[in-house]
Design a protein around this ligand. Structure first.
Ligand SMILES: C[S@@+](CC[C@H](N)C(=O)[O-])C[C@H]1O[C@@H](n2cnc3c(N)ncnc32)[C@H](O)[C@@H]1O
Length: 270
């Protein structure tokens, strides 16, 4: 079973505005591939591409990159941005990819595979990958941290309050930890050449408003917003004000450092 979320136009627009692109991970994926996959690198598929922020990062390495997503709104949003000429998008489910068997050099899913029908997706990935082609599934934990002067631990207590308030709205399909889903998928992948990594920390300087906007793209926040829009807005305002007051600043555009904890697995089809 797969779960259909993230499909509204507003949600897709928020993705485009707030989601952070995992540049560091793309470099890691490419060095894994360089050692294994025969060149030329013709085709990369980024499955569950959302508004395409991770998809475009693959453009320099492949003749052609195709982002796929089940959501028409996400695909429309991705198509509307200025994309490199070798990047295109297609609407389709991850479990039924409209590509020939053995055609794909890299199949990636960035913060998306936990929503798929995991076993059907892995089977489909195996079908479309060429021998020597690679699979890269990556995601991050919800507990991003903030750094700001010497009050980082105060800010992180406030962030934990934010995440705690959203916990009851987490979708039962992903349960308490999406990491477990990825580990289960990793363990069920029969390729002998595979790697699991669960602690890649990335740092980004961004305005505080962008951190709040990013948490607002989470499915749990969106679920709260659908159920009780006023309460969702109150929660965001409360957390934003509390963070600004701890930082002793009056503008949500004040820059902070956000730390994300990525986990991922990579595998090469024999
Ligand atoms: C959390 S977003 C991640 C988007 C983007 N890859 C990123 O890194 O920000 C998950 C995406 O997966 C898509 N998705 C969920 N289930 C899907 C499925 N079964 N097939 C294809 N796409 C799916 C959603 O529409 C959404 O755009």
């Amino acid at each position: 079973m797969a779960v259909r979320l993230f499909e509204g136009k507003d949600h897709a627009a928020a993705y485009l505005q707030y989601r952070v692109a995992p540049q560091e991970l793309v470099s890691t994926v490419m060095s894994f591939m360089e050692k294994r996959t025969p060149k030329p690198f013709n085709l990369a598929l980024d499955v569950g591409c959302g508004s395409g922020q991770g998809t475009t990062l693959l453009a320099p390495y492949f003749a052609k990159v195709v982002g796929t997503d089940v959501s028409p709104a996400q695909i429309e949003t991705a198509q509307a941005i200025k994309n490199p000429p070798n990047v295109s998008y297609r609407q389709c489910p991850a479990e039924e990819l409209p590509f020939a068997s053995g055609e794909v050099d890299l199949l990636s899913a960035m913060t998306a595979a936990h929503w798929f029908d995991h076993q059907r997706f892995l089977k489909e990935a195996d079908r479309v990958l060429k021998p020597g082609g690679c699979l890269a599934l990556l995601s991050y934990t919800m507990d991003m941290e903030l750094e700001y002067g010497d009050i980082s631990s105060t800010l992180n207590d406030i962030c934990k309050e934010f995440y705690g308030a959203l916990l009851p709205f987490r979708d039962p399909y992903i349960g308490k930890s999406s990491k477990k889903i990825y580990l289960d998928m990793f363990n069920s992948c029969s390729y002998p050449d595979k790697e699991w990594n669960e602690c890649l920390r990335t740092k980004r300087n961004l305005p505080l408003s962008q951190y709040i906007g990013m948490v607002e793209t989470f499915s749990s926040y969106q679920k709260l917003k659908n159920k009780d829009p006023a309460e969702a807005e109150r929660l965001s305002d409360h957390i934003r004000n509390k963070l600004m007051s701890a930082m002793k600043v009056s503008s949500p555009e004040t820059e902070v450092t956000m730390i994300m904890h990525y986990f991922y697995w990579l595998a090469c089809k024999p």
